[in-house]
Design a protein around this ligand. Sequence first.
Ligand code: IMP
Length: 191
Amino acid sequence: MKLVFATHNANKLKEVKQLLPSSIELLSLTDIGCHEDIAETGTTLHENAYIKARYVRDHYGLNCFADDSGLEIDALDGAPGVISARYAGPQKDNEANIQKVWKELTHKTDKAAQFRTVIALCIDGEEKDFEGIVRGKLIHEKRGEKGFGYDPIFIPDGYTQTFAELGNEVKNKISHRAKATKMFIDHLTYD
Ligand code: IMP
């Protein structure tokens, strides 16, 4: 079976490919000749994941899944959420995004937050979605060199180090993305 992952991110594609059985031929947007950036105009992670997956199904007639992730801060009612990459502006500047989180949290005592991933799957005329969450807290300093995005300021519950200190070996076991991906793959392989 051919299955498209609606992403241009080669690392994400490689990661999922390694977890899928060889009976599933995983294709990227580039593989199917889709070179445009599908506009993520939704107001939730759920909407954005479905926008991308449905776009490929409707324009290319192929089975497809897509993901969308974000940081959700309790004291900010779930912000930055769906705009995590663009929190401080359209330039998608990680450093500016972190500075903005610190500014918004200045007078808040509750530093609890979570990362959340939603995967939307459009397959054989059906739709299904999967969600992964990792809870933790934010700190007011950057620690660690690994990872990306908000990793240097996020300590997952049960740990004393940030995602940027823990690195991929731990992160790939406990992260939001790992949990959603596992549920999605279990669905494809066992259901
Ligand atoms: P995406 O949907 O996976 O591209 O994630 C959107 C944005 O959410 C990223 O650009 C980051 O700002 C943030 N984000 C998502 N997942 C992570 C993570 O695992 N660590 C740090 N930041 C993340």
